[in-house]
Ligand binder design. Structure first.
Ligand code: ADP
Length: 299
């Protein structure tokens, strides 16, 4: 059974400079290499879901510049439907990333067109209503996130929220969220608890289902009815963990939409992200459905 997933969120062009040592204040350093890659958590999740086998749709905005055209092309190449992707006046969102030889990075995000996604446009509710799941993150204005979540709730569509970047969430948004998927840092910011078990219990007072991802330690799942699962990460040699969480959410939502039970869906998501961390890049590292199936058969 094919499932359909819509992302209402951000898309950026990532402008990445690779340097031996990152510059300090007032300093200029010479970089080794420069790359542009479409990114943003919304775009990443849409592409992860499409590669994992979902019919994926993207609602959001790019600017009128060449970056916008390139982001749009990338969606089309990844079979993500762009009927809901608007072109806003001005520039596309950009992320200015400096990566040093230790793999540490510093990032400046300029939201630009993403800042215009502050509510539903004509046709958005129909797109959302035609899907099984709505994936949300927090890189667009909160009014846009809340409007999309409310539309999904009205139409009986599952709402999955990645609370990144982490900020305290208003109650009216939380009321509409079915599944919250923070990483451990976001879970700690939202609850004040560093311990994942305590954070999980606190988050389950806000929403019915929670997955906290724990990097190479896997993830913990909880449901308000008392169900708990711990799923270890697959032991692989990680070279680049960029967008591991976005891959996880895209694959998880696809599996749940296809009717998989939670333990199997979490395992599939762990497999998808284990494959992605073994390759460099964000969307370019995301595995296809066939790769995920093969990976799981071997284990
Ligand atoms: P984020 O990218 O949002 O910070 P995490 O780092 O928690 O998210 O990673 C999400 C998921 O990706 C984890 O639950 C795990 O399944 C997988 N993952 C992350 N890092 C590794 C790793 N080093 N080895 C294997 N799997 C990993």
């Amino acid at each position: 059974m094919t499932t359909s997933v819509v992302v209402f969120g951000s898309c950026n062009m990532d402008l990445v400079a690779y340097v031996p040592v990152a510059p300090g204040q007032g300093e200029t350093v010479t970089g080794r290499e420069f790359r542009t890659v479409p990114g943003g958590k919304g775009a990443n999740q849409a592409i992860a879901a499409a590669k994992a086998g979902a019919q994926a749709r993207m609602i959001g905005a790019v600017g009128e510049d060449e970056f916008g055209a390139e982001i749009r092309r990338t969606f089309q190449q990844s079979t993500v439907d762009v009927e809901g992707l608007r072109t806003a006046p001005g520039r596309s969102g950009t992320a200015h990333i400096v990566v040093d030889d230790q793999g540490n990075n510093s990032i400046v995000v300029v939201p630009a067109a993403n800042g215009t996604v502050d509510g539903l446009a004509d046709g958005d509710e129909e797109i959302i209503a035609g899907c099984d799941s709505l994936l949300l993150q927090l890189e667009i204005p909160q009014s846009g996130v809340a409007a999309a979540a409310a539309a999904a709730k009205r139409r009986g569509v599952r709402v999955v929220l990645t609370p990144a970047p982490a900020v305290l969430l208003p109650e009216d948004l939380l009321r509409d969220v079915d599944l919250l998927v923070p990483n451990e840092h976001e879970a700690a910011v939202l609850t004040g608890h560093e311990d994942p078990e305590r954070a999980l219990s606190a988050l389950l007072e806000l929403v019915p289902e929670v997955v906290i991802t724990l990097g190479s330690r896997g993830c913990v799942y909880g449901h308000r009815d008392g169900t708990r699962h711990e799923v270890p990460a697959f032991p692989v040699r990680a070279v680049d963990t960029t967008a591991a969480g976005d891959t996880f959410v895209g694959v998880l939502s696809t599996a749940l939409g296809e009717g998989e039970e939670i333990p199997a869906a979490l395992r599939r998501a762990a497999a998808g992200s284990a494959l992605s961390v073994q390759r460099t890049g964000a969307t370019s590292a995301m595995p296809s459905r066939e790769e995920i199936v093969r990976f799981l058969v071997d284990r």
